[in-house]
Design a protein around this ligand. Structure first.
Ligand SMILES: Cc1cc2nc3c(=O)[nH]c(=O)nc-3n(C[C@H](O)[C@H](O)[C@H](O)COP(=O)(O)OP(=O)(O)OC[C@H]3O[C@@H](n4cnc5c(N)ncnc54)[C@H](O)[C@@H]3O)c2cc1C
Length: 486
């Protein structure tokens, strides 16, 4: 039998790779983790979720300070933002979380961490820092990078990506954002709130194109209300460096050419999997820009080489990477043939209001040819929401014809937290009736979950048929007050 240096070899020390490393080492597998950067943690910790959510919160506080009078408070005279202070706070949050993802911690768990850029020499071995290291199983979890858009002149024009955004020396006066996906929308609002003039360029007529248009349009309206300028249905013609500014020329749907200028240019037009330079071609592992070609157990064509995280090219979220890491551990260590199932994978865009989603939305249900009905409740009817000055947004619950939940979309304050109740409900097969009957504390935003389920139930309980039956059996005598009487 062939022998290897390690039972498990992992390439990439981000959300996916760290999940596999901690799981496999704690289960007794001799584990190697190879990371190319000096520190573990990946994009989420250093250039993604953590810095972006920290920045978003800082921008939210500043927004509240500027709008103190809306809460019955004296207007506070707020000064301009010193971005070095903001960047400092971002770094301090990263440093705290970094301890959890440190090399020392993983070493204590039993993981051998190597820093460097590995390249496969055969399907069981990589060359790294002058050594050849072999493993019985490999997991590729090298994440993704911002896609470089093919815009004439962009290669000669300095632009920034999510890797630069959180360490600006000073707040840019103006910023053009290419793309209107979740990262673009979150950053557009955050920078605009901090005082940057923001223009967003989008090819189609909708931002956040995976979401239902009615909800995405509401997000856009809020951002527009705060000052973000959207250029919808436009194509990018060219980019140019003007020294102190960058110029982007766009063409509108009507054929008009417009020139936009800004101090910073942010490319947020999607992500490309980090798969080049590892000699995957040499060992015959197929991939494209989106990601690896994997089966449902996340195996490549070589059954002992797996993929997890953004390299799967499916759902590029930290929690998806963690979930996929768990699937890999089950398959490799327990030899359980576990397959991925993304039916109830939730996600959230952290604009304010947040937009969270689980299961089917109307767009996906229509595309799948599934018949559905929608039950909705608005945050303007939620007492806690009103108390907090939040009036925008709603919850949409999609049910199939038999009343089984297909999915839930929430646009509103703390939607990312509110969707967690639906994570449990949908994964646990809980019926709307159970949710409607469960007592929720008052006054909470979470009552909206109970209310939407209750509204659906009311339509069944308070039907004419039920009323007729109750009148017949219990001699109920009907209305005591008619329309127009009081
Ligand atoms: C601005 C922004 C905000 C985001 N916000 C959220 C959010 O709020 N919620 C959410 O769920 N997701 C969010 N994401 C997405 C999230 O960051 C990713 O989905 C997640 O990091 C993917 O984990 P991963 O393990 O696949 O990749 P990563 O975490 O990026 O880890 C990959 C690791 O592999 C290393 N690596 C790369 N190439 C090699 C190589 N050749 N050899 C060795 N190591 C290599 C990298 O250095 C990196 O450390 C955000 C992303 C961005 C950019």
């Amino acid at each position: 039998m062939a022998t290897y240096d390690f039972d498990m070899g992992i390439l990439g020390g981000g959300s996916g790779g760290l999940t596999v490393a901690s799981g496999s080492a704690q289960l007794g597998a001799k584990t190697l983790l190879v990371e190319k950067e000096k520190e573990l943690g990946g994009d989420c910790l250093h250039y993604g979720c953590v810095p972006s959510k920290t920045l978003i919160h800082t921008a939210h506080v500043y927004h509240l300070m500027k709008n103190a009078s809306r809460f019955g408070l004296p207007s506070a005279g707020v000064g301009p933002v010193d971005f070095r202070e903001v960047a400092g706070r971002i770094q301090s949050v990263i440093q705290i979380i970094q301890r959890h993802d440190s090399e020392e911690r993983f070493c204590k768990l039993g993981v051998k961490v190597e820093i460097g850029e590995p390249s496969f020499v055969d399907e069981h071995s990589v060359r790294l820092n002058g050594k050849t290291l072999s493993a019985k199983n490999w997991v590729i979890a090298t994440g993704s990078s911002p896609a470089v858009p093919s815009v004439p002149g962009l290669d000669q024009t300095p632009y920034v990506t999510n890797r630069d955004l959180f360490s600006f020396e000073r707040l840019p006066e103006s910023m053009i954002i290419l793309g209107a996906g979740p990262i673009a929308a979150e950053m557009a609002q955050a920078f605009c709130r901090l005082g940057t003039r923001v223009d967003v360029i989008q090819r189609s007529d909708q931002i956040l194109s995976n979401e239902d248009q009615d909800l995405a349009d509401q997000v856009m309206k809020v951002l527009e209300g705060e000052g973000v300028v959207f250029h919808m249905n436009t194509s990018i013609l060219s980019a140019r460096d003007l020294g102190r500014e960058r110029e982007v020329r766009i063409k509108t749907k009507e054929g008009e050419t417009i020139s936009l200028r800004a101090e910073a240019l942010l490319a947020a037009l999607g992500r490309e999997a980090n798969l080049k330079g590892m000699n995957l071609e040499g060992i015959g592992v197929p991939y494209d820009d989106k990601g690896l070609k994997l089966d449902e157990r996340l195996r490549t064509n070589h059954r002992h080489i797996y993929g997890a995280g953004d390299v799967t090219g499916t759902h590029q979220f930290t929690h998806a990477a963690g979930y996929e890491g768990g699937i890999v551990v089950s398959n490799v260590i327990f030899h359980l043939p576990r397959k991925v199932d993304y039916t109830y994978l939730p996600w959230c865009t952290y604009t304010q209001p947040e937009l969270a989603s689980i299961g089917m939305n109307e767009k996906r249900a229509k595309a799948a040819g599934i018949e559905y009905e929608v039950w909705a409740e608005e945050f303007k009817d939620n007492d806690r929401s009103l108390a907090e000055g939040e009036h925008v947004g709603k919850i949409k619950m999609l049910l199939d014809k038999k009343g089984k939940p297909l999915g839930v979309q929430i646009l509103g304050p703390r939607a990312g937290d509110l969707v967690c109740e639906w994570v449990a409900a949908l994964n646990g097969g809980i019926k709307p009736m159970t949710l409607a009957a469960a007592v929720h504390p008052y006054p909470t935003l979470g009552e909206i979950n109970k209310k939407v389920a209750g509204t659906y139930l009311s339509s069944k309980i308070f039907s004419e048929r039920v009323k007729k039956g109750l009148r017949f059996f219990f001699h109920l005598r009907g209305r005591a007050c008619g329309p127009g009487e009081s």
